[in-house]
Write a protein that binds this ligand. Structure first.
Ligand SMILES: CC(C)(COP(=O)(O)OP(=O)(O)OC[C@H]1O[C@@H](n2cnc3c(N)ncnc32)[C@H](O)[C@@H]1OP(=O)(O)O)[C@@H](O)C(=O)NCCC(=O)NCCS
Length: 467
């Protein structure tokens, strides 16, 4: 999805709903520095961050210049240049099972001033983002959430988890294989050229990861404000394979009191290969004069405990929802991923906001490819995205076999809410678990068992950044 995200017209419903409250909803022109700075100030205040200062402000300006940013303005306050609500969004690929990517609409910076809360401002903004995502041709909208109770009402649901992984240094005796390549300490700035390609490959092999935006890696490498204490404390490791090709990197810092062993803390470990992942973990956990290693936003399914003699050296905590997904075009979303088993499955999707509502037939072949047939469902909205809206997505001749195989029997079917579709979409939870929770209803025998196998992902979904 490469296009100018600001070219989509402002959502008329949100504009009208907010105007009725005496508020002005508008797109912020990133060339208007006064307006942009007012918006950035509101965003920082909304998340309880300190007032931005250079060079952080410069960084924010550059990042926001790439995005579609909206502010809600109240002319009746002493500082009307600062919006009372903010949201930003941009098109980004979301990795799905099978090493592929689906067109996503990333939503961020959702804030409403405490002076204007609970008047329906966030609702107007969030509904507008869904309409814009649809107009942009995205299959899903996605976000990370400060609180887990805000976004379900708009059809978002947890789709990929993250956890904090801690390793007790004294117990961390490595028994994993030696990597064929080598890990080197490097200056963080030296990774600027190699990190984007490594990250792209790391993202594409992990369902739940999203494309990194321009500037994201500069922040990870401490290059936004290199003279700050935080940046100066950052150390960088790079793994080169046996051919000398960089395949992974990590940045970490050691937090410590004088004369006490410290903690190695990191939130960036990008590995394009399993060798790189193992080798970087090994250097991180085998440091001396540290109490332990703490990895933030790690997978809930790290191979680490299988690489150490004492699996109890590893503690996984704070595991929970991290990536939230909202399906806005079910046919495109279902057609984009690969499936774990062949079969034909009918999904009756309930979506109170209409975007994904209807009956979809998912026909997967043994190689994991699928076609999706979706005669217009009852609740589907009239507003189609601008692009061609073929209701048969992911078409591939190889699915003919699966169709022939299942032609004899009536297709297995189940009924589910669009939120539950989002949760099973990347393989983060089995459909049968949601059925046990009373959320998915099997309409014909065997549907759940088939859905469990079809929606399984070879790799546990994981998102390793906030956005
Ligand atoms: C979360 C936030 C954006 C909500 O803004 P708001 O304008 O007060 O929300 P609205 O009045 O539009 O409320 C919309 C709905 O969400 C609910 N809601 C809003 N904030 C909520 C919260 N923090 N927890 C649970 N429900 C919440 C409202 O009750 C309302 O429910 P309903 O429409 O189903 O009756 C605002 O409180 C905020 O800026 N918080 C701090 C920053 C933040 O956490 N942003 C989220 C980033 S992921």
């Amino acid at each position: 999805m490469s296009f100018e995200p600001r070219s989509i017209p402002i959502d008329p419903d949100a504009k009208a709903a907010l105007a009725a409250k005496g508020l002005d909803y508008r797109l912020v022109d990133s060339n208007d520095l006064e307006a942009l700075d007012g918006w950035i100030d509101a965003d920082h205040r909304g998340f309880h961050h300190a007032r931005p200062r250079d060079p952080g402000r410069e960084y924010d300006r550059a990042v926001m210049a790439e995005r579609r940013i909206h502010g809600v303005y109240d002319d009746d306050i002493p500082e009307p240049r600062v919006p009372v609500a903010t949201v930003s969004s941009w098109p980004a690929g979301l990795s799905v099972p099978g090493g592929r990517s689906v067109d996503g609409w990333a939503v961020s910076s959702v804030t409403v001033s405490p002076t204007h809360r609970r008047r329906g401002i966030a609702r107007a903004l969030m509904e507008a983002e869904l309409a814009t995502a649809r107009r942009a041709g995205a299959a899903v909208a996605m976000l990370t959430a400060t609180e887990a109770t805000i976004y379900g009402r708009f059809g978002y649901a947890p789709a990929a988890k993250a956890a904090t992984v801690e390793v007790d240094r004294r117990r961390a005796h490595w028994i994993g294989p030696d990597a064929p390549g080598r890990v080197h300490f490097v200056e963080p700035g030296s990774l600027r050229d190699q990190a984007p390609a490594i990250s792209r490959r790391a993202v594409s092999r992990t369902p739940g990861e999203i494309d990194r935006w321009p500037g994201a890696l500069d922040r990870m490498l401490g290059l936004v404000d290199p003279d700050s204490d935080a940046s100066r404390g950052l150390r960088a490791l790079r793994y080169d394979d046996e051919h000398g090709q960089p395949q992974g990197f990590a940045t970490f810092r050691v937090t410590r009191e004088p004369n006490e062993p410290g903690w190695v803390e990191f939130d960036v470990l990008a590995a394009a290969t399993d060798d790189a992942e193992r080798a970087l973990w090994r250097v991180l956990v085998e440091q001396d004069f540290v109490t332990g290693v703490r990895g933030l936003l790690r997978s809930v399914d790290e191979p680490l405990e299988w690489l150490l003699e004492d699996p109890r050296a590893v503690t996984t905590r704070d595991a929970g929802d991290h990536l939230w997904v909202r399906v806005v075009d079910a046919a495109a979303a279902l057609g984009a991923r690969r499936y774990g088993a062949a079969g034909e499955l009918v999904l009756d999707i309930v979506d109170p906001l209409g975007y994904a509502a209807g009956r979809y037939t998912l026909l997967a072949s043994a190689d994991g490819r699928a076609v999706v047939h979706s005669p217009r469902g009852e609740g589907e909205t009239d507003e189609a995205p601008k692009r061609e809206r073929s209701r048969s997505r992911g078409a591939d001749a190889s699915t003919g076999g699966a169709r022939a195989a299942s032609r004899a029997a009536a297709p297995r079917s189940m009924r589910l809410h669009v939120r539950d579709l989002a949760s099973i979409y990347l393989g983060g939870v089995r459909p049968s678990v949601l059925a046990r929770a009373g959320r998915i209803a099997e309409a014909s025998p065997g549907a759940l068992e088939l859905a469990d196998r079809m929606f399984a992902s070879p790799r546990t979904p994981h998102l390793s950044i906030w956005f």
